[in-house]
Every structure is written in C-alpha cells, then in structure tokens.
Ligand binder design. Sequence first.
Ligand SMILES: Cc1cc2nc3c(=O)[nH]c(=O)nc-3n(C[C@H](O)[C@H](O)[C@H](O)COP(=O)(O)O)c2cc1C
Length: 417
Amino acid sequence: MSGLESLSQPLSEPLTLRCGAVIKNRLGKSAMSEALGTLDNRPTELLVNLYDAWARGGTGLVITGNIMVDRLALGEPGNVAIEDARDLPLLSRWAQAGSQDATQLWVQLNHPGKQSPNMVTKQPVAPSAIPLAARFERYFNPPRELSPGEIEAIIERFATAAAVVKQAGFSGVQIHGAHGYLVSQFLSPHHNQRRDQWGGSLENRARFVMEIYRAIRQQVGNDYPVSIKLNSADFQRGGFTEDESMAVVEMLDGAGMDLIEISGGTYEVPEMTGKNVKASTQAREAYFMEYAEKIRARVSTALMVTGGFRSAQGMADAIASGATDMVGLARPLAVEPDFSARLLSGATRSIDIKPRITGIKPIDDMAMMETVWYARQLERIAQGKPTKPNESPVLVFLRQLLRSGVKGFRTQRMRAN
Ligand SMILES: Cc1cc2nc3c(=O)[nH]c(=O)nc-3n(C[C@H](O)[C@H](O)[C@H](O)COP(=O)(O)O)c2cc1C
C-alpha cells in the first residue's frame, strides 16, 4: 500500500450506524451556524446552494448549522426556525441538494436558552435565573427560570421540528447538547440550580435531554439517525464535568442514540475553538481525543470527535486508533467546501487554519470573531463566489456588526408589529 492509500484508507471506510443508515466515509461536517435565513427565520435559496456545494465536496456526513425550535428564542438573527410544516417546500429542496451523492444530511436542532443575545431576545429563558458571567451583560439579558410546563413545551418543540425535518427528506437529526445552549445549561450544576425533577442530581439534570431524545425518537422511528453533540466538559468551575459527561454518554448510549459527537466549552469558556488547548493536544490536532479514548471503552454507539483536525495523517491516526468512528470538521470546510474529496483523493494532505483575530482586544477576547469570519465565507459559498482565505478580519467584523445590528433590530420590529 502506498503512503497515500494507507492514509486515506481508514477515512474512506463506510460506517453503518445502529439504525441501519450508512455513512459513506469517516469525514463529518460539524454544524456551522449560517445565519442565512430570512428576517422571519425561514430558509432561503442561499442554504440550498451552500449545501449543494458541500454535498458535492465528498464529506460523508453533513450536519446543518443549528436550526431553532422556537423563533422567539434565537441564537442570532438570520437563524432558521422550524416550528411547523410551513416551509416544507424549501426545506425539501435544501434536503435534496444536500443529500446528493449519497451524503447523509442531518439537521442540528437547538434552543439557545440564556445564550440568546439581547438584540433578538429581551427576556431569555434558562433552567434557573442565573445570568452569564458579568462581562456578557451588555449583550445578553439575565434569563428567567422556565416553568415545568414550559420545559415540557420545549421538549415537544424538538419533537415537532424533528418530524418536519424527516418529512422534508433530511437523512437525520442532531440535538445540540453542547456549547452552553439550553440542553447544556440543564446539564450544568452551575446553570441549573432547580430543586424539582429537572435539577439537582445528574439524573435529574439529564432528564431534559433524555426526554428530548425520547420524544424525537417517538416521532422519527427506530430506523432514522438521531444524534447529539455533547460537551466532554464545560471547563467551568462548578460546571458539567468530564465524569458527568461520560455518565450522560452512557445514558444516551443505553437509550439508543445513533451517534454522539464530542465537543466542549461554552460562550463563557470557548474551548470548542481550541483557544486554550495545551501544546500536547495541539500536536495531536484534535482537542477532545483523550476524552474519546476513555469513553470508547464504555459505550458502543458511534462517536465523532470534532475540533482541531487539519491533516489526513491526524484524521487517519484518530480513526485507526479506534477511539472515534468519525472525525468532525468545521472551519476547514468553510474555507474549502471540497476539502474532504481532495483529502480522500490525495490531492491535498492538510489545511492551515489560522486564528482569525482583529488585533482589537475586546473583540478578540469574545471569541466571536472566529464565528463571524467563517460565517462570511459560508455566505460567499452560498452566493456561488470563491472563499477568501485571507479576507481581513477587521473588515468582516465591521460588515457583520452592521448587518446583524440591522437584522436584529428588524427582527424585533417585526415581532413588535
Ligand atoms: C462559523 C461557525 C459556526 C458554528 N456554529 C455551530 C453550530 O451551529 N452548532 C454547533 O454545534 N457548533 C457550531 N460551531 C462549532 C463547530 O461545529 C466546531 O465544533 C468547532 O468549530 C471546532 O471544529 P473545527 O476546529 O474543525 O473548526 C460553529 C463554528 C463556526 C466556525
């Protein structure tokens, strides 16, 4: 076997999930919020174009950016929300474009809880009325505590959205259980200080996600892929720990989850972007491989590790080690939508992903720049333009600030009307 074949061979192997679905290779596109929806949070042709490009780019599993289950609870202006079947025609076109070439196309469903900026939500909700850290108070209003009835209603929203996703022809669904959004808030003993059946013990804090999983499964049946993205830890004092995360993975595995994607961090501690990773971790590329090695021994569900993968060698080593079944890629596929095809054919061996910083400390400290810069590249792909790997972060930031300011303002005005 040539060096090139031995590198791409483990990555080209198909993977059969518990539900019977087959992913054609071991490369997964992790969710990246596109913010390409309309002002009233409906899908657009831009999303059809973007996913057409990704489906033709050779990635076996493509997961959409987070889609909201409630249009009054957004992560950012321009999110798509699915509350009912009103957008089925365009969702179906999106599903069709993105599942060409036997690509598995899954929708990530999310509720942001308190991580909903004040430009779109005046009164966010959360398990408990605990605000984000003080440095966020300019952008995020303090949340109010959800009532038990509201918790049940949000679980139902996840299930309804999953049913619409399946009806539209997407090949699977993923619960966003990571990065400090509502599911992640319920799991965290810092953010969830409830005294009812939804808080306290780990079993109680995990009830919300387990109920969402069950409600979705009931809607989509046993032969449809259901996945979750989960934090290996929140990396926050008093937060969701690695031990707790592993216990929750065991619960989800036992309940029948088809694939668990491992990430980590929150807005408050953004470990998912690799901002604070140790040099030894960076040398292994992937940020959460040590966790995967430990959990692999404890569960039989398929695993995908996301964060930091940049080279064919690093990815092949990760799969060959057996610690993960899939490697998740986000930023590389925003710069090169066909990176997977080029990697598998040997046309390229790696990609250089440098930090996108403006040099303006308060902006860079918020770790928001990364998201804004890459989202701009997604918009370019959607418009049929080439990406601009050297586009100036300062200019992108200013442009986006103006646009989301206007979009956020208009979103609120439309609601007021
Ligand atoms: C523009 C952008 C948007 C993102 N949006 C989401 C999202 O909607 N849901 C999610 O789970 N992760 C989101 N992420 C995190 C990525 O899925 C991924 O976990 C992270 O970027 C690390 O992977 P990478 O090193 O390959 O980029 C986003 C990342 C970027 C850059």
